[in-house]
Design a protein. Structure first.
Length: 418
């Protein structure tokens, strides 16, 4: 259930963030395009207004018309203005020294006949951007002349530049949006995980209470059966054929007693006394507790003076379970390899065997309670190990070895200060 919720939450959030980001980017792009268009239209409108005023002044005669046009073109938005006839001779220029010179431009006569004003962005020889606007003037006698206005685009470019700087704001908004979204998902997933963990603990606490009552009753009944069977077994002779049957009963009671103890150990809610532990000593203690009767070979690669943050009793049980599983997988002979190494802020413990390994189809089920591949297993050893390791803030995995045959149990625990 938790995995399904996580998957749907991530997909929905990613879709919402993607949609929001696309909408913000589209709106920003449209605004930037509109600003550029409006800036060009503003330049064209200014040029048309100045051209119309100049055409009205041109219909006057004498020095008065020249002075009025110079006053019109004195606006600081005008870089320069000129009027030329069909032959290209400059009749008026805001720089009076250029009056009488020729404008070298092909197709002037054809353009004057077309009657269409035109504008374009140019760069002056000084390197300053400008807007060039050509307009057809008609004198009082009807003869056409070309008015060329070159406007400074600095005010319009400043507005466009400010619009471009808005992309930085858009980027910051998107970064903030994605950061908040990712944090929200992480917090939500953590909340879901904590809820699942709380529900799991409540279920385990209830199972623990029920198990404690059942084990108490089973132990009482089992104790009576086992005690009476042992008493009868001691009283009859070794040659009595009933001796074999009584031995089977005793083995069965031992098996039931072991199962009840493991079930009680797994299901009860335990307290943890966590502090820095001497890992090499714990590993050596676990080996001495189980390995001596075994005929195989044991190899160690333990970094000295390694400390881990854990509960001593529970980590000892986990190591014992891992060694026991490895030895049982190999049988009477084989090679057991135990190592520990630093991994940043973690200590990695590996218990490797040379047994047959684990089929891929069973890897995902190995930590499931009551799942076992052994004929005499309870399926609670690995489940218990996973429970206590995770409660101590660590991780545990079981996989097949990449090189050769066998399995490897990997335990990660937080590193303690030496």
């Amino acid at each position: 259930m938790e995995k399904v919720l996580k998957k749907y939450m991530i997909v929905i959030l990613f879709f919402c963030l993607l949609l929001s980001s696309a909408a913000i980017l589209y709106t920003a792009a449209q605004n930037a395009r509109s600003v550029r268009t409006l800036a060009t239209q503003a330049l064209e409108s200014t040029a048309l207004a100045l051209s119309s005023s100049a055409e009205s002044s041109l219909r006057m005669s004498g020095k008065k018309a020249d002075d009025e046009m110079r006053e019109i073109f004195s606006d600081r938005v005008v870089a320069y203005a000129l009027i030329t006839g069909k032959d290209g001779k400059i009749l008026f220029h805001t720089n009076s020294r250029l009056v009488g010179s020729n404008l070298r431009e092909e197709g002037l006569s054809q353009w004057l006949q077309s009657g269409k004003p035109s504008g374009r962005r140019i760069t002056l020889q000084t390197g300053i951007p400008a807007y060039e606007f050509d307009y057809i003037l008609h004198r009082s006698d009807g003869s056409p002349e070309m008015l060329r206005l070159v406007l400074n685009t600095a005010p319009a470019d400043r507005i466009v530049s400010q619009a471009r700087r808005m992309w930085w704001l858009v980027g910051i908004i998107l970064l903030f949006l994605w950061t908040v979204g990712i944090l929200f998902v992480r917090m939500s997933l953590r909340h879901i995980h904590l809820q699942e963990e709380l529900e799991q603990r409540e279920r385990m606490a209830l199972i623990g209470q029920m198990t404690a009552v059942l084990t108490h009753e089973i132990r009482n009944a089992l104790g009576s059966v086992k005690g009476y069977t042992q008493w009868v077994n001691e009283k009859i002779a070794e040659s009595d054929p009933r001796k074999a049957g009584l031995s089977m009963v005793l083995k069965g009671t031992d098996r039931i007693e072991s199962l009840v103890n493991e079930l009680l150990l797994f299901s009860r809610e335990e307290t943890y006394n966590i502090y820095p532990l001497d890992l090499p000593y714990l590993i050596e203690e676990a080996i001495l507790s189980f390995v001596p009767p075994w005929k195989g070979k044991v190899e160690l690669d333990i970094e000295p003076e390694t400390k881990v943050i854990a509960d001593k009793e529970k980590l000892h049980q986990v190591l014992l379970n891992g060694i026991q599983n490895a030895v049982q997988a190999m049988g009477n002979d084989g090679k057991l390899f135990i190592s520990s190494h630093h991994k940043g802020h973690w200590i990695e413990i590996k218990i490797e065997d040379s047994g047959p390994g684990i089929p891929k189809s069973e890897l995902s089920l190995l930590f499931t309670p009551f799942y076992t591949t052994k004929t005499n297993g309870t399926g609670l050893g690995l489940a218990y190990s996973k429970k206590v390791i995770e409660r101590m803030g660590g991780r545990i995995t079981l996989s097949s070895r990449q090189e050769g045959t066998g399995a490897v149990l990997t335990i990660l625990l937080k590193k303690g200060k030496p």
